[in-house]
Design a protein around this ligand. Structure first.
Ligand code: ADP
Ligand code: MG
Length: 210
């Protein structure tokens, strides 16, 4: 049940698999309020990440997350590439221990969200991935404050990220490509918020098999 390097590697592999399974779904979401490339971008990115992991020795969580950051930055493109790249890079910067504890999970998410907001300048309620990440951070803080172990903090985080993504349905986009649609963006889920929820859910799935 520990969040160690093996967990991080399983998490990344799970992301590749489940993002691939959701490729068409994410494309459809992005087609409704964007340009329809989000599923393809993310699938290409995580496939490249797993390929890179196969040729690079990763002995700690920080180097695994750094590799994810570098690879997503160079392969995903669009808005999501730099946003996810910065998120993973900032999170990697906070990984100094061989295993993450509850407070580390909070710190990592906080740093990642800080990176996403430094890049994209979005706040909550603007119908972006920030809505999933901010909900995730809130949940991480309250779960860690109530003394839950790291793996349980992650469960709360994933549930909150999914709720945060679902909450984008009723929002009007004011950042990113979807903002061009104005009112017409209402009634659609934000693709980046949904891919963020998937990524958090896979962090939980990677714990369960251990
Ligand atoms: P593009 O919009 O360039 O085609 P993608 O389709 O890969 O890029 O990614 C779109 C996602 O990026 C959106 O669904 C949203 O979650 C996220 N996004 C776009 N702009 C911003 C921003 N300024 N801040 C945070 N997230 C953003
Ligand atoms: Mg797009």
């Amino acid at each position: 049940m520990t969040l160690d390097t093996q967990w991080a590697l399983r998490w990344i592999e799970n992301c590749r698999k489940v993002i691939h399974e959701n490729r068409d779904y994410l494309i459809d979401l992005d087609r409704a309020i964007g340009d329809g490339d989000h599923g393809e971008n993310m699938d290409r990115g995580f496939t490249a990440v797993v390929e890179a992991l196969g040729t690079t020795e990763t002995t700690d969580i920080a180097s695994a997350l750094k590799l994810v950051a570098k690879t997503l930055l160079s392969t995903v493109g669009g808005a999501a590439g730099p946003l996810y790249g910065t998120a993973y890079l900032r999170a990697a910067g906070k990984c100094t221990k061989p295993e993450l504890e509850a407070t580390d999970v909070v710190e990592l998410i906080e740093a990642a969200l800080g990176g996403i907001q430094a890049r994209g300048k979005a706040t909550t309620g603007e119908k972006t991935m920030v809505d999933a990440w901010a909900a995730a951070l809130e949940a991480a803080k309250s779960a860690a404050d109530s003394g839950k172990p790291a793996a349980e903090v992650l469960v709360a985080v994933a549930e909150a990220a999914r709720s945060g993504a679902e909450a984008t349905l009723e929002m009007k986009a004011t950042k990113g490509r979807a903002s061009y649609l104005g009112e017409r963006s209402i009634g659609h889920l934000d693709p980046g918020a949904v891919s963020s929820a998937i990524i958090f859910e896979q962090a939980v799935a990677a714990v369960k098999v251990s």
